[in-house]
Ligand binder design. Structure first.
Ligand SMILES: Nc1ncnc2c1ncn2[C@@H]1O[C@H](COP(=O)(O)OP(=O)(O)O)[C@@H](O)[C@H]1O
Ligand SMILES: [Mg+2]
Length: 257
């Protein structure tokens, strides 16, 4: 069974990331839940998918969660997600699902867009976007407005979102303005950093990332809880194997596999 190894706040738990959850909870850290939108950014290989799946594994699963993964990610593929076909309605039963999605369908009748619109109408469904820059209408600017609606009304409609992206400049601004939690890994490009820096306390951001944005150690991240206005420097999350184990265990215990 997974040991509840938390992403620990620097200065609280040393020298290893393996400490009890309580030490970081005591400092006011909390996991996003069914009313939250979590933005996770960082360059390729910085640990976004691992962190996102860790957060997913900590959900209460009173809702179904659907993963939208355009890249056929190796880590995501190791989790026994129930595959939804093109044209499927959003699931109503709790569980972990994956929507089949192709990066080449970006038209008005894009199946992902149609699916997301149905999710908005249905309410009570969690969405996990791996690489949100590949979503239809990724800037949320067209009259279709599906993504914008999901981000801006997701809280009241109980549509929690965990959205990952390597290029903040390439996704809708609502991903950042509506996020209740920001998780920021190494981001080499200043334009990308500026987008997230504008959404978190600047001095804390600069303190963690350094003048040139390069100070953050591998797999470390900055966490900002918007409502509580609290910032944490996170040690690495549990590694992918452990996160996968935990998600497999959840699927097994709930008989979703
Ligand atoms: N918390 C972690 N501890 C140890 N290794 C990690 C951790 N997070 C990521 N890695 C390593 O980095 C690789 C890339 O991680 P991933 O989560 O896929 O990054 P991203 O989604 O940002 O590209 C993983 O396959 C794993 O080898
Ligand atoms: Mg990834």
């Amino acid at each position: 069974m997974e040991s509840d190894k938390p992403p620990a706040a620097k200065g609280v738990s040393r020298p290893t990331p393996s400490v009890s959850l309580s030490s970081i909870f005591n400092r006011g850290w909390r996991l996003p839940g069914n009313q939250d939108r979590t933005s996770i950014v960082g360059k390729t290989g910085s640990g976004k998918t691992t962190a996102g799946l860790f957060i997913l594994s900590k959900q209460d699963f009173k809702l179904p969660w659907v993963v939208i993964d355009y890249k056929d990610d190796e880590i995501i593929n190791s989790v026994p997600l129930r595959e939804l076909r093109d044209g499927s309605d959003p699931p109503t039963e709790p569980g972990l699902y994956k929507l089949h999605s192709s990066p080449f369908q970006n038209s008005r009748d894009d199946p992902v867009e149609i699916f997301l619109k149905k999710c908005w109408a249905k309410t009570h469904i969690g969405l996990f976007f791996d690489e949100a820059y590949m979503l239809p209408d990724r800037f949320g600017r067209t009259e279709r407005g599906t993504l914008r609606a999901l981000y801006t009304t997701g809280r009241s409609r109980r549509i929690p979102i965990i959205a990952l992206t390597q290029r903040p400049v390439d996704v809708t601004k609502y991903n950042f303005s509506e996020a209740s939690h920001h998780l920021i890994f190494r981001l080499p490009d200043k334009k990308d950093r500026d987008i997230v820096r504008g959404r978190v306390p600047n001095e804390k951001f600069d303190g963690i990332f350094g003048k040139h944005g390069t100070d953050l150690a591998e797999f470390h991240s900055m966490w900002y809880d918007v409502a509580r206005d609290k910032t944490f420097t996170m040690l690495p999350f549990p590694d992918p194997a452990e996160v996968i184990d935990r998600l497999c265990e959840i699927c097994k215990l709930n008989k979703w596999t």
